[in-house]
Design a protein around this ligand. Structure first.
Ligand code: ADP
Length: 536
């Protein structure tokens, strides 16, 4: 029944074709068919064309597909459901194939069946792409489940098994060390060995896969893990023994990064020949790693936002408390004036002087608190220091600041001495630098236990260094950095001395001058604050 033209078309068709005789035997297959099922010519000649009969095919019977063949043999054109052939079903090695089959009966003029043509369109890649998309969409959905990233990472690892991998490990860097945070495997016994790998083997070893992937920031694919590969990649015998015990056949590791910074690694673990990782899997692994990184990032951002909210709430309560104190004092003074005026008539100049001095002090405090709050908003808008175009004598700035305290120093009898070098010319905004010095002197007065205060200025190595020393309460080492952060106060929140903003704003100002501000102090032994500004 064939012609040269039919033979040519049949053989060269890119779609798999198989021609059956009415009794179910195979008459002919084309090369696309051999490629699809990965079968050798010899096997085709000796078995398929000689012995094979579609009606006794175990796979078709097992899958219930044979019914469609019966219908085609009765003369019906039949579209079969998608057909999946996994060579492992017959104990064979090879890629899983997915096809869309169509059975076309060939009849003579009288309606008698002559042949049946089976057309199999290979849709493996399309289908796998679809399945992968579906799988990744499922993985992405996990991100919405919880804000607890440990839970999310656990779910992510479980979701990748068994579709993408047999086992999954997630390592994260915490405080400069690699920590194993997730270990999952299809087989609980292997999961147990994988856990031992995480606890008994030091992750910091530079030969460790995790360390290598994190350091290089690149995926590491070991397509086929043989005992030699284990030996070269293990860093000691115990490591090699445990890896071999897991029955690892193929491995794929990818870095986990957030905004360009590598924060860990994910390892995928295959124990069967069927699931050997290849280059195409790197993309999927990277996508899973991107979701894991997103989960971690979301959790961090959420925690930071919560902290910021609670800090702001604390700040509002401290600020209201601090603002209320001078306002209450002012109101009290007003009440005194009114009651004296009512009971005793006009006030004499001595009393007036005293009351107005007290009121000025409270107003001064109020205005400093309000300035601090305004500066905080300027820090957010990065508008604290306009331009550093002015050259100024640091000594004059310090003297100007000291002069502001003359009355307070006199009335409180606190001694303040200074030793200020000449010629410390700095490029700065003098108003802002004076604000920093004033803040340090205010703190020395507040926390200096009324003991003498010293202020110095000297130049060294293209730098002008100003220091303010008190002999007061001092600051514990652990708080040295913390006090420069927003709203941080070592003293109790109710001691009515400030908003915990002075040093934060001072640091922003000095930073914008490309300088440094820091403290040297010990609890109970006083503090020395340093301001270093570059000199041109
Ligand atoms: P505040 O307005 O609360 O004083 P600052 O930012 O100026 O805020 O200071 C932050 C905290 O640092 C203070 O609450 C105080 O606990 C501590 N501190 C600052 N200066 C000194 C100092 N000279 N001696 C001891 N503690 C200090």
């Amino acid at each position: 029944m064939t012609s040269p033209r039919f033979d040519l078309l049949f053989e060269n068709s890119p779609i798999s074709l198989q021609l059956f005789a009415p009794d179910g035997r195979t008459i002919k297959v084309n090369s696309a068919w051999k490629k699809l099922w990965n079968l050798q010519d010899e096997y085709v000649e000796n078995f398929i064309l000689k012995e094979y009969n579609v009606f006794s095919d175990p796979v078709l019977t097992h899958k219930g597909t044979i019914e469609y063949f019966h219908r085609a043999w009765k003369g019906e054109r039949v579209e079969l459901p998608t057909f999946t052939y996994d060579p492992a079903f017959n104990g064979k090695v090879g890629r899983k194939r997915i096809t869309r089959p169509l059975l076309c009966p060939v009849q003579d003029g009288e309606g008698n069946l002559i042949e049946v043509l089976l057309i199999n369109e290979d849709i493996t890649e399309q289908q796998e792409e679809f399945e992968t998309k579906d799988f990744l969409a499922g993985v992405a959905a996990i991100l919405l489940e919880s804000i607890d990233y440990q839970k999310t990472l656990d779910h992510l690892a479980s979701a990748a098994i068994p579709y993408f991998t047999d086992g999954c490990i997630i390592d994260l860097i915490k405080d400069g060390e690699i920590h194993r945070v997730v270990t999952k495997h299809l087989d609980p016994a292997i999961a147990e060995i994988m856990k031992q790998l995480g606890t008994r083997i030091p992750l910091q070893n530079s030969n460790h896969v995790s360390t290598r992937v994190i350091q290089k920031g690149k995926p590491l694919l070991i397509k086929k893990v043989e005992s030699e590969v284990i030996k070269t990649n293990a860093f000691n015998d115990e490591h090699a023994r445990l890896v071999a015990l897991t029955g690892l056949k193929s491995g794929l590791s990818v870095p986990l990064s957030i905004r360009g910074e590598v924060i860990g690694a994910i390892h995928f673990w295959s124990n069967s020949d069927r699931k050997n990782f290849d280059d195409g899997d790197i993309k999927i692994a990277q996508e899973i790693s991107r979701y894991a990184a997103l989960a971690i990032d979301n959790a961090h951002l959420y925690r930071e936002a919560q902290q910021a909210i609670s800090q702001r709430e604390d700040f509002i309560s401290i600020a209201s408390h601090e603002l209320k104190t001078p306002v209450t004092a002012l109101m009290l003074q007003m009440e005194i004036i009114q009651s004296v005026l009512r009971d005793q008539g006009p006030l004499d100049s001595v009393t007036l002087n005293k009351i107005s001095a007290g009121a000025s002090r409270q107003l001064d405090r109020l205005s400093r608190l309000i300035d601090d709050m305004l500066d905080l908003t300027r820090v957010y808008r990065r508008k604290l220091v306009p331009e550093l175009t002015m050259s100024a004598d640091f000594k004059q700035i310090i003297l100007q600041s000291i002069s502001r305290f003359s009355e307070q120093l006199e009335s409180s009898r606190i001694q303040l001495t200074s030793d200020l070098s000449e010629g410390c010319i700095v490029q700065c905004d003098p108003y802002r630098i004076e604000q920093v010095v004033t803040n340090l002197i205010t703190n020395a007065l507040n926390y200096g236990l009324k003991r003498p205060i010293e202020i110095g200025l000297y130049r060294t190595n293209k730098k002008a260094v100003c220091w303010v020393r008190d002999c007061g309460v001092g600051i514990a080492k652990k708080d040295h950095e913390r006090i420069f952060q927003r709203y941080e106060r070592v003293q109790s929140a109710t001691d009515g001395r400030g908003l915990g903003l002075g040093l934060f704003i001072s640091r922003q100002i000095v930073d914008e001058h490309h300088g440094k501000i820091y403290v040297v102090s010990e609890l109970g032994k006083g503090s020395t604050f340093f301001i270093e500004l570059p000199m041109p």
